[in-house]
Design a protein around this ligand. Structure first.
Ligand code: C5P
Length: 317
């Protein structure tokens, strides 16, 4: 059994405050993109689930969310289902702000239900997916775009974008762990502690609200590109990510200079991305960047994708 778990980018990410449970109250717009891993489940040959990870390095096997999804499903059903052999071919860089681990986990949760002939009741699906990680429900429910709030678990489906979009992604070799970026954010900005879970900023107009209403207004790829070129910094975690990884600042300005386009950071970074009017234009921009042999690009992986995949249109190296 195969699945092609997709990645996402955060078009916006607003931190509204800290919560007593240690998480942060967020508001974010997620866009699913055509950068995909490959997940394969087969009946297990041994006494336990086995996971083999191939492709990009950096994905842990122990404690991998894919194995946790299988155990969570057993615990939820109260049945000790037979072991599975899992192969995970990684194309989505890990710890990169692209939700790859969460997407693999969501696909495993779906595939394992089919493999074991069990179906999680509708009302239990969201809590089960959410218990595995903040971004898991977005992938589990297979949304093209969503407005996300809470710690990431309150999802509202958003309509798909009309027209083509290309996404050029630059993944610098730096690794940023999500908890450390949030911790640095707290250190830089001391956001309010939300005792009653009511963010002070909800009523205010925000980038998120603007973009969200554009989605409901039959957003076209042109609208989104115009928004991306003109928006103020839409990711509140950017200052924290640069504080932890100063080279990101140089990389971003170098990319903006060379491509004459706006570059944004997804999630807690460090992946940077830019939107193009077509996948082919993203490919051409990627080729130009590589041929300019920028030092700031040193060691980066570059992918040009559309919104569906499963294969990137172009990748480097
Ligand atoms: O839920 P997930 O495992 O993806 O989150 C990883 C870590 O990121 C959390 O343990 C927390 O430190 C931080 N985080 C946060 N607020 C969120 C989501 C994540 O502080 N809304």
């Amino acid at each position: 059994m195969h699945a092609r778990p997709q990645a996402k980018v955060n078009l916006t990410l607003e931190v509204l405050g800290r919560r007593p449970d240690g998480y942060h109250e967020l508001r974010s717009i997620f866009l699913r993109i055509g950068l995909c891993d490959r997940l394969t489940l087969t009946p297990g040959a041994g006494p336990r689930d086995q996971l083999v990870v191939t492709g990009l390095p950096g994905t842990p096997v122990d404690g991998n969310l894919v194995l946790r999804a299988l155990d969570a499903l057993r615990a939820h059903a109260g049945v000790d289902f037979p072991p599975l052999d899992v192969t995970l071919e990684k194309h989505i860089p890990a710890a990169a702000g692209l939700g790859g681990g969460s997407s693999d986990c969501a696909s495993a949760l779906r595939l394992a239900q089919t493999a074991w002939g069990v179906r999680v009741a509708r009302r239990d699906e969201l809590p089960l997916a959410e218990s595995l990680g903040s971004d898991v429900p977005f992938f589990y429910f297979n949304m093209a775009a969503a407005s996300v709030s809470g710690r990431g678990e309150n999802l509202s489906w958003l309509p798909a974008i009309h027209g083509e979009i290309g996404v050029l992604l630059v993944h610098p070799p730096a690794r940023l762990s999500t908890p450390s970026v949030y911790a640095r954010y707290d250190g830089l900005d001391a956001p309010p502690l939300l005792r009653h879970g009511v963010p002070a900023k909800t009523a205010e107009a925000s980038e998120e609200n603007d973009l969200e209403s554009m989605f409901w207004d039959e957003i076209t790829s042109n609208d989104l590109l115009t928004w991306a070129q003109s928006t103020d910094e839409p990711n509140d975690l950017w200052p924290a990510a640069v504080a932890l990884e100063p080279s990101l600042g140089g990389l971003r300005s170098d990319l903006e200079k060379k491509t004459r386009r706006r570059w944004l950071m997804t999630g807690s970074g460090p992946t940077l991305f830019s939107l193009y009017p077509s996948p082919q234009e993203a490919v051409e921009a990627g080729r130009r960047l590589v041929s300019a042999e920028s030092e700031a690009l040193g060691g980066a992986i570059i992918n040009a994708v559309d919104l569906t995949g499963p294969e990137p249109l172009w990748r480097y190296p």
